[in-house]
Design a protein around this ligand. Structure first.
Ligand SMILES: [Zn+2]
Length: 99
């Protein structure tokens, strides 16, 4: 997946920020980071916001990528902490992972 890396200090984020939280720099470059990671934590959502009811119940997962970045993602299958997951697509603004 694509991440943004601060040109000044190397801070990475999957969402583009106006200012780098580390150095307050405002110049980013796009870098390719790993699609592979593992589940760091998760929450199961049974009663989602209206636009996501068709997916419920689903998991909101915090994925630790191999590149150290952590990404909040979305999974339709049950997961456990430590499961290996792969980034699949961005759907309605959410990062979708699969096992
Ligand atoms: Zn920076």
């Amino acid at each position: 997946m694509i991440a943004y890396q601060c040109i000044n200090c190397g801070f990475q984020s999957v969402t583009k920020k106006y200012y780098c939280p580390e150095c307050k720099g405002s110049k980013y470059e796009e870098v390719n980071v790993s699609d592979e990671g593992e589940v760091f934590s998760y929450t199961t959502i049974h009663i989602p916001p209206e636009e996501f009811t068709k997916y419920a119940p689903y998991q909101v997962v915090l994925v630790q990528l191999e590149d150290k970045l952590r990404v909040t993602g979305f999974m339709e299958v049950p997961v456990a902490i430590g499961d290996k997951v792969t980034f699949k697509e961005i759907r309605e603004g959410a990062y979708v992972f699969s096992k």
